[in-house]
Design a binder for this molecule. Sequence first.
Ligand code: UDP
Length: 238
Amino acid sequence: MALNFKRVLLKISGEALKGNSDEIYDKEKLENTARQVIELSREGLQIGVVVGGGNIWRGKLAGTLELQRIDADYMGMFATIMNALAFEATIKKMGFEKVKVYSSLEIRTVTSSYNYRHAREKLEEGYIVIFAGGTGFSYFTTDTGACIRGIEIQADALLMAKNGTKGVYDSDPNTNKDAKFLESLTFHDLVVKRLQVMDSTAASLARDGKLEIVVFDMNGKDNIKKIAHGDLEATYIK
Ligand code: UDP
């Protein structure tokens, strides 16, 4: 089956690298995700990846330790850099060398400073490009970072990977057994209805940048590959 896109931005939450384990990382999850991204790259898909940091730290934990929100947010951004390095190392360990990490925050010893022109060039050269550090600003999320990077690299779509939810419903399927699955939505729906796809800043950006979003369940052996081939039930937001 042919690829459904030429260039995508895949957003993976930190939790997706953790699986159900108590550890920060689940080796199987890391490797299964890396394997699919490598296989898609080998098929010719230009693929950028934004990783979250929620498996390690979230800014909203600031309150419990009586830290300032801003410091806690930077800690969260550092967590995304740790995840990006773990993902890069896993990709390399699996024998794929064409992978590059750009960070919004300067950590010159192990990452490259973000530059959208360089990132586009690397994608065209067949590199898997990992974007770390979210937006580089406190009070934002990696979902917002993913929308910005998706727009800047001119991705055909932002593939929003969820953990165990096949897409968007009109209400919470965990509490409402009659919740209706939504196959397609408009940007207007995304921004106006509270659909829990992403935070409102990210949603507004996606709408303004006309960035198509595909919300899908990444759990499953080949779900990332399936969504890239348009072969998985999901919610499409245009
Ligand atoms: N964060 C931030 N600015 C950003 C991206 C992330 O301050 O641009 C911080 C924020 O505290 C957030 C944490 O990093 O809670 C981890 O990111 P996020 O919660 O988006 O990760 P995910 O839920 O996708 O794993």
